[in-house]
Design a binder for this molecule. Structure first.
Ligand code: ZN
Length: 544
């Protein structure tokens, strides 16, 4: 059998939501699409994020970014460390976001900012950006073709079809069809995010304007809105309404200020100077303010959470204030968000929860939107991507029912798809690697450490320091400290000391390591009997 013309392997984002990264491997080059982060699960404590696991991957030659969401660009500095020679290609706004991230992480790197009409030419394939709609400006699908045009593969992990939006140009079906017309086989790697949604047609960003305007018309006091900081279209809607109703828009939170500044630098917000004010540029008690709060997912460090628990130094919520959630909780964050809503209500502010009011629309396609692209692009094969396994399977089912003229392939991370000249696409099952946990200064944290952290956080800790006599046989002195143990223990500390003294009277040191382990086990038994659980116990033997 001849060699494949190219291979495609998802390294993240397929079978999970986040850390999107897809490898295209040709005879002479390794090109990846995106390199994003995965947001941590709640039981991972306060780690920063997870990144695709590249431990089995040779360096890459190029990376092409589709858009600037964190789950697509967030791991770019880790990528540069892995592939220092790689060339970065991105659209203008995405490049500005990446540049900021690279500067912040002190990993500067040249970026080739591509023009929409430019074809990215590689040794064995070409890639054309195809304009799509999404919840951040400058989002592209990528049309990937081998030079003999056996295949035209349209990769669109994040898109919607927004025919009414005034903030971006429409989905470029014409370019997609024109550039793929000559290919012998068309393949569509398609967004599965909303495959379970009952919204068959994702509403337009335009549809929100009237709902927000209804609120502005009646506003007599401050409005607080939380939304994704990167949703420049949404922020523009609010800025325009602020201008119309003579309000000032106050971005509150590092991320929302940063995104707005970059959008302004790129000339996207002509009325920025008239309308936007930083929190320290407004007067105390000023009423005509629309304050944008970051952390719409209930993030611990977001201003939304701080304001909701009345711990923000700039803004205290009052009963005459109005609050709008212009976002939806990402699966897993529902509890955090509903707790925040509850806190806001406790403070007496007017939280608008009218189910008929539309303050958020998705950036991903509903089933009918997917069907529209199937009909326009006319793919022979569809490969669902961007979603958990359940979503991908549901997408495969949807294709077989609603668009049976195309075949579908279910892939998961690290599966390798081989594309052959006879137009066959063969899937080779890959070895799945778990994403890498990152905490602190971009440093990986091993999975077993998470389980240690879990134990300390659940049961507290006991730290014991033992000083033996000069023959190293008997314990002469001990000291201990604890973390996270109840007052009940501290009230009975003497009893614990008596227990330790008794233990050291009866047990001598023969083997230091064995002895430490015996002490550890004895202490854990003591706690189990006295308080009903075993704290993490650490024993030090001094001078042995
Ligand atoms: Zn996105």
């Amino acid at each position: 059998m001849s060699k494949p013309i190219f291979k495609i392997k998802p390294l993240g984002g397929v079978g999970q939501i986040g850390s999107n990264m897809t490898l295209i491997e040709t005879a002479s080059e390794r090109i990846v699409i995106d390199c994003g982060i995965l947001f941590p699960f709640e039981d991972y404590f306060d780690i920063n994020y997870l990144i695709p696991n590249l431990s089995n991957e040779a360096p890459f030659d190029h990376i092409v970014f589709t858009h600037g969401h964190e789950d697509h660009i967030g791991a770019v500095s880790h990528f540069i460390q892995h592939s220092p020679e790689a060339k970065i290609h991105a659209g203008d706004f995405t490049a500005a976001l990446i540049r900021k991230k690279l500067d912040y992480n002190k990993t500067p790197h040249h970026i080739n900012v591509f023009d929409y009409h430019q074809t990215l030419k590689f040794n064995d394939i070409s890639i054309d950006p195809i304009r799509v709609n999404h919840s951040i400006p400058d989002t592209f699908g990528l049309l990937i073709k081998d030079h003999k045009e056996f295949f035209a593969l349209f990769f669109a992990s994040d898109f919607k079809i927004d025919l009414k939006t005034k903030y971006e140009l429409p989905f470029d079906f014409e370019k997609l069809k024109r550039l793929s017309a000559m290919a012998q086989k068309r393949v569509f790697m398609a967004d599965s995010t909303n495959i379970l949604s009952s919204n068959l047609n994702t509403p337009s960003e335009f549809d929100l304007i009237a709902h927000f305007e209804n609120v502005f018309e009646k506003l007599e006091n401050r409005l607080f809105v939380t939304c994704f900081s990167s949703n420049i279209h949404r922020l523009k809607t609010l800025i325009d309404l602020c201008e119309k109703y003579e309000f000032k828009l106050v971005p509150h939170g590092r991320s929302v200020i940063s995104y707005l500044n970059i959008a302004n630098e790129k000339g996207m917000i002509p009325n920025f100077d008239t309308v936007v004010r930083l929190p320290d540029q407004v007067q105390k008690g000023q009423k005509n303010l629309c304050v944008i709060l970051s952390g719409c997912q209930g993030d611990h460090l977001g201003t939304l959470r701080r304001v909701s628990i009345n711990e923000d130094s700039q803004f205290k919520l009052k009963p005459e204030d109005t609050v709008i959630f212009s976002s939806k909780p990402i699966p897993g964050n529902e509890k955090k968000v509903s707790m925040i809503m509850n806190k806001i209500t406790e403070l007496g502010a007017n939280l608008i929860t009218d189910p008929k009011a539309l303050f958020h629309v998705s950036g991903h396609p509903g089933k009918n939107d997917l069907l529209k692209i199937y009909h326009e692009f006319d793919p022979h094969t569809i490969i669902p991507i961007h979603g958990e396994t359940l979503f991908l399977k549901e997408h495969v089912k949807f294709i077989s029912e609603a668009y049976p003229q195309a075949s579908s392939i279910l892939v998961e991370n690290f599966d390798d798809l081989h594309f052959f000249e006879n137009l066959e696409i063969r899937k080779i099952k890959g070895e799945r690697l778990e994403p890498v946990i990152i905490h602190g200064n971009g440093i990986p944290l091993e999975r077993e450490r998470i389980s240690e952290r879990r134990k300390i956080s659940c049961n507290g800790g006991v730290f014991l320091s033992l000083t033996p006599d000069n023959k190293h046989k008997k314990i002469e002195r001990f000291e201990f400290s604890t973390l996270g143990l109840p007052a009940h223990f501290h009230q009975n500390e003497e009893q614990f000391k008596t227990f330790l003294t008794g233990f050291f009277d009866q047990n001598k040191i023969n083997d230091a390591e064995k002895f430490k382990e015996e002490v550890r086990v004895a202490i854990r038994r003591y706690f189990d009997a006295n308080i009903g659980y075993k704290p993490t116990t650490v024993v030090h033997l001094v001078n042995v």
